[in-house]
Ligand binder design. Sequence first.
Ligand code: SAH
Length: 476
Amino acid sequence: MDFFPVFMRLEQRDCLVVGGGKVAARKVALLVRAGARVQVVAPELCDELYALLEQQKITHLRRPFEDSDIQGKVLVIAGTDREDVNRRVSELAQAASLPVNVVDQPALCSFIMPSIIDRSPVQVAVSSGGTSPVLARLLRARLESYVPSAYGRLATLVESFRERVKQRFSSTDQRRQFWENILQGEVAEALFAGRDDTARDLLEKSLQGADDDPHPVGEVYLIGAGPGDPDLLTFRALRLMQMADVVVYDRLVAPPILDLARRDADQIYVGKERDNHALSQENINQLLVRLAKEGKRVVRLKGGDPFIFGRGGEEIATLMENGVTFQVVPGITAASGCATYSGIPLTHRDYAQSVVFVTGHLQDGSVDLNWKALAHSNQTIVFYMGLHGVGVMSEQLVKHGLPASTPVALVQQGTTQNQRVVVSDLEHLAETVQQEQIRPPTIIIVGKVVELHEKLQWFHPRPGADPRPFGGTPHR
Ligand code: SAH
């Protein structure tokens, strides 16, 4: 161990920062956050430091560093662009046994500063021992996704119960077990979901033993998994997926996303291909209720966003009726993901001032869409589940006033390594779908913005890179 990690109390303590540029400013900002009294010595201040001075968060000596500046300080940082000054500060501080850091010069430091994940009072500090600050920063970014932003509130809640828990349980083992259950269970989840009062009540109940019920209470997490690229998951989605006892998923969830669920979670496929429902919606709703009542943490994974053509509303309505606690996590919907990964902005100052998402799941030619409202020249239309109805779709849009030459993009398996973008127009749409053998899942984008695809496409998938395509059968 090259460096000994500690957390230092700096509130109301005098600290010295030598240097007035942006490098120094970053350190000053951190010290100020820790409540230190910061004195900055520098002939000039950058804008950020000047702002702090104006807010009276720091004091300033407008001149070069002098040896006596370190007197009375508990910590010293040098971040000037003058090598000799930095070295001098370091030598003096070390001679006075003061902790000193010289930015980006580990050899001149008696302490180094970590990358921080700040969920005060919880903090995670990452250090590469001065070898590579960039590496530490990248590692921090990874950890960031595992530490929910509400961890600070969780710690504060825990602290307020700590004494009482100590009194209630005499052995440390019992206490540890109690806290482990709290911190990984429904109390923590309630808090992460913003239900702070519920979290407090539940904690109170567990402490009073009202919770000695042998049946643990399950929960359902209705999670939008996005259109396919696992990188498009949200932090919350990933965290909840890693807590799952059971994952209930359907056709539109890409295999690499399923891989991210907890390894030993049971996986239940509930299909939902058109005309071939593996499980009816009603049965899915009941399945979720039953699993939760068995005490399981159920992750209900859905492609895209659960509230956009995802029947998420029906699923949570059933959960509510049955008194099952749940969370809903939004996801990137197919329209947004596929358009972005095809270089097609859904709105554009010159081409489209509005965008509508509609389902193209048309019942055998009987059309209940408001075509008149859809067929606007300055509007982008995105059809979900539209492959079956392309004939009716183009016919109606042209009939209601869109030029037959209006461009149309078909985006198949968008955002994945198997993404295909085929551009056609309303006149030739049905023909293109046939000829190009377009398969589900495919989203259909209609409007002038499609012209931008040629110029703005930036995502270049590597077909075959993921040998496990998803999303349906060839006949659709
Ligand atoms: N809740 C989902 C939509 C479910 S409806 C969401 O918010 O995205 C299913 C339709 O979504 C498919 O028929 C297809 O039109 C579209 N879709 C979903 N994922 C897609 C993908 N990766 N590429 C293209 N279209 C997709």
